[in-house]
Design a binder for this molecule. Sequence first.
Ligand SMILES: O=c1[nH]c(=O)c2ncn([C@@H]3O[C@H](COP(=O)(O)OP(=O)(O)OP(=O)(O)O)[C@@H](O)[C@H]3O)c2[nH]1
Ligand SMILES: [Mg+2]
Length: 199
Amino acid sequence: MTKQIIIATKNKGKSKEFKEFFAKYGIEAISLLELDEEIVDVEETGNSFRENAALKAETIANHLQQMVLADDSGLEVDVLDGKPGIYSARYAGEPTDDEKNIQKLLQELAGVPKEKRGARFVCTLAIAEPGNETIFRTGFCEGKISTQKKGNHGFGYDPVFVPENYNLTMAELPSNEKNKISHRKYAMDELEDWLEQSN
Ligand SMILES: O=c1[nH]c(=O)c2ncn([C@@H]3O[C@H](COP(=O)(O)OP(=O)(O)OP(=O)(O)O)[C@@H](O)[C@H]3O)c2[nH]1
Ligand SMILES: [Mg+2]
């Protein structure tokens, strides 16, 4: 039987990326959207990526009584003092809408010159298991916010995020390229020791 890990997410874009990462270790990543049982949303009431990742991982691990990985991630824009940050998914309000979030961000940055459009994606992973201490890993991806949407791969703010040393947006990169340089990939790299020891 293949090994499996539950990913405490309802985000299809994240789920697809985790399936690709874990497949390399012979592990099948399963999101909450694929479970037979409907899982209620965990309220993200924390004040940091770490607190929200812990909330999602620990709540779902306790509910399912098994090991669970959660991802809390977002975009920090320099000229906005790190916003939208932990509010990235709900930047333009709820229900969450990637297109509205992008339009709001482009409006906030209207007239801001290229050299001041620096930003980074942040991803904190939490792995929780009933009875064990939760572990955390974080990864970053530096870049800039473009002035126009381009590309249709990925999700979220990918169409307006240009990674450092690239002239293309994240959404113009095929998924295997994004998955070599993304915040999520660097957070997964930090998990390598844990993956080796638990394999
Ligand atoms: O362009 C992007 N490329 C990425 O790789 C990426 N990673 C995160 N984000 C943004 O940050 C929010 C996370 O918020 P978040 O961690 O609460 O996740 P979510 O609410 O979408 O799903 P869940 O995992 O909580 O169920 C997302 O919705 C996106 O707006 C990204 N945008
Ligand atoms: Mg969320």
